[in-house]
Ligand binder design. Sequence first.
Ligand code: SAJ
Length: 420
Amino acid sequence: MSFETISVIGLGYIGLPTAAAFASRRRQVIGIDINQGAVDTINRGEIHIVEPELDRVVKAAVEGGHLRASTTPVEADAFLIAVPTPFKGEHEPDMAFVQAAARSIAPVLKKGALVVLESTSPVGATEEVAACLAALRPDLTFPQQVGESADVNIAYCPERVLPGKIMVELFKNDRVIGGMTPACSARASELYKIFLEGECVVTNSRTAELCKLTENSFRDVNIAFANELSLICDQQDINVWELIRLANRHPRVNILQPGPGVGGHCIAVDPWFIVAQNPAQARLIRTAREVNDSKPHWVLEKVKAAVADCLMATGRQPESIRIACFGLAFKPDIDDLRESPAMEVAHAIGQWQRGELLIVEPNIHHLPAKLADKGRLVGLNEALEQADVLVMLVDHQAFKAIPGTDIKQPWLVDTKGVWR
Ligand code: SAJ
């Protein structure tokens, strides 16, 4: 059996599901992470992240003896690097974790091994990993030196799974395989076919790198279009939700939905990687990022205007006005608050407002530290009964279940078109 042992470096939202997927096909998988807490949790058969179905698959893999975690890399037939690539400074990709991962596997690389980079990366990152490994292991040959006959094969294979549906999409989605040589692509395809039900589509590493960035930039640009429309409609006193519904009846128009901004760890980050490498060419991609990033500030101004209106109409003091924010997560029906525009809006309201701030987020039990001294986590009904100004930020099912006709407050800033 080829690829008897597989090592996954980085046991986060991508690495852990991928490790579990290989283990579910009875390969010996060793997951490596610098976080001792995560390693201990996984070795107990538990998980440290929230993702439907993942707990069950990891538990079975650990109990069946196919998956174990460690902080130190060991020899394997294939290494997958799935560590974070955040940005630093002026939206430049920070490749420090990828470089550290490459350095950490260099001592345990053997002839015949395959190295796959999965982390979202700027164009050329795979070649940089290859250069780093070649410098550290002069006793082995690499694709950039000898092409097809290299001792170590190297490929870039991005993930494209949707958080919340990872354990379905990981198996079903087609996979782009960007080998440094055709032999590298063939080996990487062979690896993913261990669990993949979708197709492996082969290209070179640079195209695969840009493909991942392109997918998320495409979505960002399309959401920016919807967000820009929401500003135009507000100016023209037109209901943007109705407008989009009508325009989408055209057979070749499919506009996405506006919101308080774009969150998550990918769509709001990856387009900057293209901009950083191609500042003169990537004008539309940059502008889309700016449009989406500016939306939370626009929402704050709308809230300020609603409060001013409320004060005028009621003659009350600002300290007596209660604002309620509905939703904190970065998208509906998840508990993930990281990089969330709803969090950004709620925090900005908390900084600005003089009265009480109520927060409704059915998917969490405690407010994050950043909001804890600014707001109070309450139930949906309590907020609807007590608040003067309502701010709808995330279209969770629980909120959509309340008909708009039940909303009594005239001061409503509805960024998701749930109640208005
Ligand atoms: N959003 C809108 N309007 C919409 C759709 C989304 O405002 O019409 C917002 C969401 O509320 C959220 C943000 O965009 O704040 C991103 O959400 P998402 O559901 O579009 O995407 P993610 O970040 O959960 O996952 C994306 C996916 N990429 C694409 O759909 C092209 C996923 O397939 C990728 O694997 C993932 O990024 C990733 O890891 O790169």
